[in-house]
Ligand binder design. Structure first.
Ligand code: AMP
Length: 295
């Protein structure tokens, strides 16, 4: 099958208009590229539910802070296209920054420029977990996702549970702004040893990867302890923290409500256990869900 690669919004619109005329169901899988099996699982789910699938590949400058890895974020569009082709994706949409934002940004990451309309998700969702250190990140995410949803106007859009806070914020945005797209959540795909797949794993040396593995191990340990009857977050936190490699810079390990991200002390409902940590300066996130009806 012929997978089209385009960087033009107009080409997306023309194809989508044609497909809609034919009554076809359209799926969008937004990504930043450097595709791995995690992304592929989203694509496969999209292929299952939709007649036509568009994968966007866009390293979105407005969601990176000035000291983050925007410049060095892996860009592998040729192999990404192959992955998409192998999964029978209809279109890979890989716009330039200019195609997405025109000349509204002074430079790629200058959010002080006031000539762009932004989406600001509710503060109580963005001031927690990753949002505490990644100031403005979720504003950039919400803005680019809404733009992609407006460009493609898909029936379904697919997101990974791996970025749990992002998912909660997007679901809220879609609901609040009446976006007629159904958001589909896909489970976290892991390496055999438990490490959650991430485009940033590419930065890890063999030694750092070993340390990174202790992130998912600590989450599994929490699940195990919880299933054995410990339901106090503090106890679960204290016991699992010793599993993390000593050189890991822990940003947060929190037990929060799945809807409002408020802290949970006693786990008596579905609870998101989310972690962010830096290993040799590579920032990784992971999470699990525990509590009633968490399976
Ligand atoms: P990214 O390219 O990192 O922006 O991710 C694009 C989409 O893929 C997001 O919805 C992520 O949550 C999802 N994703 C990334 N890694 C994984 C993974 N290991 N398992 C499932 N989904 C993932």
């Amino acid at each position: 099958m012929n997978t089209i690669l385009t960087n033009k919004i107009e080409e997306i619109r023309n194809n989508v208009a044609e497909w809609k005329k034919q009554g076809l169901k359209i799926g969008l899988v937004p990504t930043m590229g450097a595709l791995h099996r995690g992304h592929e699982s989203l694509i496969k789910k999209a292929k299952e539910l939709c007649d036509k699938v568009i994968v966007s590949v866009f390293v979105n400058p407005t969601q990176f802070g000035p000291s983050e890895d925007y410049e060095k974020y892996p860009r592998t569009i040729e192999t990404d296209k192959e992955v998409c082709k192998n999964n029978n994706v209809d279109i890979v949409f890989a716009p330039t920054v200019n195609e997405m934002y025109g000349n509204t940004l002074n430079n790629d990451q200058d959010l002080s420029n006031k000539s762009l309309t932004f989406v600001y998700p509710p503060y109580n969702l963005v001031d927690k977990l990753c949002g505490k250190t990644r100031i403005g990140h979720f504003d950039g995410v919400a803005t680019v996702v809404l733009k992609l949803l407006n460009i493609v106007q898909p029936d379904f859009a697919f997101f990974g549970q791996k970025d749990a806070q992002q998912l909660i914020i997007i679901e809220k945005m879609v609901k609040d702004l009446n976006v007629p797209t159904k958001i589909i959540t896909c489970p976290i795909i892991r390496e055999e040893d438990g490490l959650a797949l991430s485009s940033r794993n590419k930065y890890l040396t063999t030694e750092a990867r070993k340390k990174a593995l202790t992130i998912s191990k600590s989450l599994s340990y929490i699940k195990e302890l919880y299933e054995k009857g410990t339901n106090e977050s503090q106890i679960l936190f204290d016991s699992s923290i010793s599993i993390l490699d000593k050189s890991i810079e822990l940003e947060y390990l929190e037990f929060v409500d799945m809807e409002n991200l408020e802290k949970i002390d006693i786990i008596n409902k579905k609870t998101l256990v989310a972690i962010a940590a830096k290993i040799d300066n590579v920032r990784l996130i992971d999470n699990i869900i525990i509590g009633k009806n968490s399976l």
